[in-house]
Design a protein around this ligand. Structure first.
Ligand code: BYC
Length: 312
C-alpha cells in the first residue's frame, strides 16, 4: 500500500481518537480538510455576527435615556467588538488572513447572524436585543465552550462570561419599562413582538433542514443541535417574560411540562429571504461596514508602518 495513504489513515485515526476522547484539536495538529473548512466558515461567520451586531445597538448610544444607560450600552457594544476580535484570531489559526475574511464578508460570500438585519426602532428594542438576542447567543455559546477546536472553545469561555451581563442588562431595560407607564409597557411588548421570531431563527433551520449539523455533531464542533438549543432558549425565556408581564407573540405556544413549551411554526420563508440579503437592513449593514472599514484604512497603514519600523 502507498506510504502516504497509510500515513493519512493513521493521522485520521489519531484525529478521530482525540475527538472521541474530548481532547481539543489545536492549530498545529493534523485535521481533515473538511473539518478545517467547516470551522473557517462557522468561526468567521460568528466573528462577523459579533461585529455587524454592534450596528443596531450603536445606533442608540447617543439617544440612551440616562448617563447610566449610555455607559452600560457603550461597554456592551465595546465587548461585542472584542468578541469579534477573539473570534477572528481563532479563525486565523486555521490559515486564513483577517483581510480575506473581511473581503468575503464584503463580497457577500460570508454570512452573519440574520437577526442583525432587523432595525432597532426605539429604546425598548435595546432591551429586547440584550434579553433575547444575547440570550439566544449565550444559549448557543455555552454549548460551544465544549467545541472540539481549542482556540474556538477558549474564545467561547471568555465570551460567555461577558454575554451573561449583556443578557441581564437587556432584561433590566424590559423590566424597568414594564414597571413604567402604559405607553412604556406597550413599547416593551411591541419590541418583544418584533424580536421574538428573529431570535428563534438565530439557532438556524430545523435539524432536518440543516446541511451542516451531521458533520458538526460528528466532529463535536456543535455539541447540541439547532432545535435542541432553540428549545432550551424558549423554555428559559418564557418564564422570564411572564414574570414581568410580557406575552410571547406565539398563539400556537403550548405548555407541555414544567418549564417546557412547544412553539408554533417559524416563518422559514422570511428566514431564507433575510439570509439571501432581502431583510429590512441587509444592504445598510453591509454598506456601513464597508464604509467604516475603508475609513479605518489609515489606522491599519500606520499600525503596519509602526510594526515594520519597530521590527527593524
Ligand atoms: N443567520 O446547516 P446549518 C451576538 C446558515 S453575535 C445567518 O444549520 P450550521 C451579538 C448557515 O450558515 C453571536 N445564517 O448551519 C452580537 C448555513 O449557510 P452556509 C451570533 C444562518 O453552521 C452583537 C445555512 O444557513 N452567534 O451574540 O450548522 C450584539 C444552513 O444552516 C443562520 C453565532 O454566530 C442564522 N441565524 O448552524 C448582540 C453562533 N442559521 O454557511 C449579540 C455561531 C443558519 O452553508 N454559529 N444559517 O452558507 C453557529 O452556532 C452555527 O453556525 C448556526 C448554524 C447555529 C448559526
Amino acid at each position: 500500500m502507498n506510504e502516504t495513504l497509510v500515513n493519512q489513515d493513521e493521522l485520521l485515526k489519531e484525529f478521530e481518537e482525540k475527538i472521541e476522547n474530548e481532547i481539543k484539536i489545536e492549530p498545529r495538529d493534523w485535521m481533515p480538510e473538511e473539518y478545517r473548512q467547516h470551522l473557517i466558515r462557522q468561526i468567521s461567520q460568528h466573528a462577523h455576527s459579533e461585529v455587524i451586531g454592534m450596528q443596531p445597538e450603536g445606533n442608540w448610544i447617543s439617544r440612551a435615556p440616562s448617563l447610566r444607560a449610555k455607559k452600560i450600552l457603550l461597554a456592551k457594544i465595546q465587548d461585542e467588538g472584542g468578541h469579534g476580535l477573539y473570534l477572528y484570531s481563532a479563525a486565523e489559526t486555521l490559515g486564513v488572513s483577517r483581510d480575506q475574511f473581511i473581503q468575503w464578508l464584503h463580497e457577500g460570500k460570508a454570512k452573519y447572524a440574520s437577526v442583525f438585519n432587523y432595525p432597532a426602532l426605539n429604546w425598548a428594542d435595546i432591551g429586547a436585543i440584550g434579553w433575547l438576542v444575547d440570550g439566544a447567543a449565550i444559549t448557543n455559546q455555552v454549548s460551544l465552550q465544549r467545541t472540539s477546536y481549542g482556540p474556538y472553545s477558549r474564545a467561547m469561555v471568555r465570551i460567555c462570561k461577558e454575554e451573561s451581563f449583556h443578557q441581564r442588562q437587556g432584561y433590566e431595560i424590559m423590566w424597568k419599562m414594564m414597571e413604567g407607564t402604559k405607553e412604556q409597557q406597550q413599547m416593551a411588548q411591541d419590541a418583544l413582538n418584533r424580536w421574538w421570531w428573529p431570535a428563534l431563527m438565530m439557532f438556524g433551520p430545523h435539524d432536518s433542514d440543516s446541511p451542516h449539523t451531521s458533520n458538526a455533531m460528528k466532529w463535536k464542533i456543535k455539541r447540541e443541535s439547532n432545535d435542541r438549543l432553540r428549545e432550551k432558549f424558549i423554555n428559559k425565556t418564557i418564564p422570564q417574560a411572564e414574570l414581568i408581564g410580557l406575552k410571547v407573540p406565539d398563539p400556537a405556544l403550548v405548555k407541555i411540562g414544567e418549564d417546557q413549551y412547544q412553539h408554533g411554526d417559524i416563518d422559514w420563508t422570511e428566514f431564507w429571504e433575510v439570509i439571501k440579503g432581502n431583510g429590512p437592513c441587509n444592504q445598510q449593514r453591509l454598506e456601513h461596514h464597508i464604509k467604516a472599514h475603508n475609513n479605518g484604512s489609515w489606522v491599519r497603514e500606520c499600525a503596519n508602518e509602526y510594526h515594520i519600523k519597530s521590527n527593524k
